[in-house]
Write a protein that binds this ligand. Structure first.
Ligand code: HAX
Length: 432
């Protein structure tokens, strides 16, 4: 069903890419300044994706739809507020909102692929007990590389036009296994290795919540969380890493393990863990009393003066409050309005932006997705905040792997930007 639909979409898309390269290949998209070359290529337009687009003011659109539009349009899991995560995968891959039958079809297909190999479990059990869950998650993904269908097909000499098909097969296998892998790591590390088996009656979000051992509405939290974190166009560290590694025709296991390593950085996905640890620190100093706005301002300034960033605030592209933050805030207002950590987070929302503006460094003083996500997890009993970025990593796979399938379908090139020396930049600048 999916293979046929995606095949049609790919056939329709290929001539557009081919025409752009053939007839307009020399047309300029943008110039690169010295500040951009030194400053992490901010704003340089040199990646192409149709799966999501990030507008600095409006935030993310998945296949042209805002977050509220996406959540409204996707088929809902019966009796639940949130849609099938599997339906979102269908949307990202094909660009079409699935019918209920299509979402259910993909849900059933993925159920058959969930089994985590025993050697992966043994390897994770052999890792040091103080390994970070993200290191375990990345290692678990990499360990499954031996099962790549893409590698098998490549070794048999599959034609370039067909590369996307075994890549899709790898993506489906990995999507099905990631929630199982994540929950296994959680229960191994924090619950004495008392594992809960995957339940074939449940969809991806429901099964993940059940394997974690957390009751409803955590199933809807998982669905919302995976969808919100799914994609943020192609230039962010995790998506870009996945694309870069896959551009060498490395398979999806190599590419996504690498993407996870990038997500594990505190300036990227790890910020959700940092937010909670920062808040816990403030709470400890306040003897668990909710600080006044004045007291909170002092904590924020103290953090800035010590040379640290305020986790959960700022963004490389966004210039307004992240709609992923707003969507989670709505959820909090509905389900956990009186939670003390939510109150903390809400005071921060009031005090941090004006302070960052006065501080004068951050281009965007507003909160990003990570400022709000930990509080929900904590409320539902997931207090081991080292684990939060694994949740992000399960969600981010939806977009990154969809992109890699399309990279293969459109035959995107090996990524290889050009570097220059400092002397060359000084020459360009006319510095003697
Ligand atoms: N607190 C304090 N200073 C901040 C800041 C913050 N939240 N955000 C940016 N700044 C500082 C930068 O450190 C930089 O200082 P220097 O000139 O001394 O290096 C300056 O403001 C300019 O930075 P910028 O151009 O506004 O931001 P960047 O594009 O360089 O970086 C970051 C974007 C998200 C990394 C940055 O805003 C940050 O460090 N935020 C805190 C960490 C965080 O929340 N990360 C998660 C982002 C969302 C995400 O990817 N999730 O996965």
């Amino acid at each position: 069903m999916l293979l046929k639909k995606l095949g049609e979409k790919i056939d329709a898309h290929r001539p557009r890419t081919a025409r752009l390269v053939k007839e307009h290949g020399e047309t300029k998209v943008c110039d690169v300044t010295i500040a951009q070359a030194i400053g992490g290529a901010r704003g340089v337009r040199c990646l192409v994706t149709d799966i999501s687009y990030l507008d600095p003011n409006e935030g993310i659109r998945f296949r042209g739809m805002t977050i509220p539009e996406t959540l409204k349009a996707l088929p809902k899991v019966p009796g639940k507020d949130m849609p099938y995560v599997e339906g979102h995968i269908w949307l990202l891959l094909t660009g079409e909102v699935p019918t209920e039958a299509e979402a259910k079809w993909l849900c059933e297909d993925l159920k058959k692929r969930r089994k985590l190999p025993d050697y992966v479990k043994a390897m994770l059990r052999a890792m040091s007990p103080d390994s970070h869950p993200m290191a375990m998650f990345s290692a678990g993904i990499l360990a499954m590389q031996n099962s790549s269908e893409y590698v098998k097909a490549y070794n048999k000499g599959i034609g370039k036009m067909d590369h996307w098909q075994p890549t899709l097969e790898d993506a489906l296998n990995l999507w099905a296994k990631l929630p199982v892998l994540g929950a296994f790591i959680y229960r191994l590390k924090y619950k004495g290795d008392k594992q809960i088996k995957s339940n074939p009656d449940l969809d991806m979000g429901g099964d993940f919540a059940a394997m974690m051992g957390i009751d409803a509405p955590y199933d809807d939290v998982a669905r919302l969380y995976f969808i919100l974190h799914s994609d943020h166009e192609s230039g962010n560290v995790s998506a870009h890493t996945g694309h870069l590694v896959a551009s060498a025709l490395s398979d999806i296991y190599y590419a996504y393990s690498a993407a996870i390593n990038g997500l594990a950085g505190p300036l990227h996905g790890l910020a959700n863990q940092e937010v909670l640890s920062w808040i816990q620190d403030v709470m400890k100093k306040m003897n668990n009393k909710i600080p006044s706005e004045e007291e909170m301002k002092k904590f924020v300034w103290d953090t800035l003066k010590s040379g640290q960033v305020i986790p959960g605030y700022g963004h490389a592209v966004l210039r307004k409050t992240d709609p992923r933050y707003s969507e989670q805030r709505e959820f909090c207002l509905k389900h956990l309005k009186n939670d003390p950590i939510f109150k903390f987070v809400d005071i921060l929302y009031k005090v941090v932006p004006p302070i960052l503006q006065e501080h004068g460094k951050a281009k965007n003083p507003w909160p990003n997705v990570d400022a709000q996500s930990g509080v929900i997890q904590w409320y539902y009993g997931l207090t081991e905040y080292d684990f939060y970025t694994v949740l992000f990593g399960i969600g981010r796979s939806l977009g990154v792997l969809s992109n890699i399938v399309w990279d293969r379908a459109l035959g995107y090139a090996l990524e290889r930007p050009k570097s220059v020396t400092t002397k060359m930049l000084e020459d360009v600048a006319g510095i003697k």
